[in-house]
Design a binder for this molecule. Sequence first.
Ligand code: E4P
Length: 221
Amino acid sequence: MKIFVDTADMEEIQEANEMGVLDGVTTNPTHISKQTGSFDDIIKEICEEVSGPVSAEVVATDFEGMMVEARHNASLANNVVVKIPITLDGLKAIKQCSDEGIKTNVTLCFSANQAMLAAKAGATYISPFMGRLDDVGHDGLDLIHQIRQIYDNYAFETEILGASLRSPKHVLDCALAGADVVTLPLDVLTKLLNHPLTDIGLERFLNDWKEWEAKQNGVPA
Ligand code: E4P
């Protein structure tokens, strides 16, 4: 399973990249709004740091406007993936991008039917938003299972990108359900490493080692 980090903050992206397991980045207008500088410069800088796919979202809501932005965003770097919401105009733009060889990440997906249409239109990635579904009392994991089944039934090549993930449990659920990718805030990515027994075990090993070393050197414990 590929791991993307979900942010436009360069320090967070660098920190995630230094972990050595980062495959890509997703941004959205909310992430961009927290940064300074132009959209183009922010995306270019991220694309220089990370060689994998970097999602850059359109903000136009009409087909023509989306295509202007999609072509522009795709021209910023070779690894840009254009993020497009799953609306009627969005669907047309996804198909047009597919015809033009522009990679897409279809965002704001909350139903399996939306995911099926995105795949038929040639989306590169579909982003089901697990956390936001859970927030309103639905089960985000059900959606991942449904999309996996539909894509496998019909051999759709669109990759399932679990998004809006809020916890390590979400990540585990996505991995077990066969998601191709997850995108995570840095704090969730970091939490994947944590286990109290690892900390306790390490502390005990190091203490035993120190005692043994002291004995070797003839220092009484
Ligand atoms: C994914 O591409 C989205 O940017 C992101 O996962 C949304 O997460 P949120 O629901 O925590 O805002």
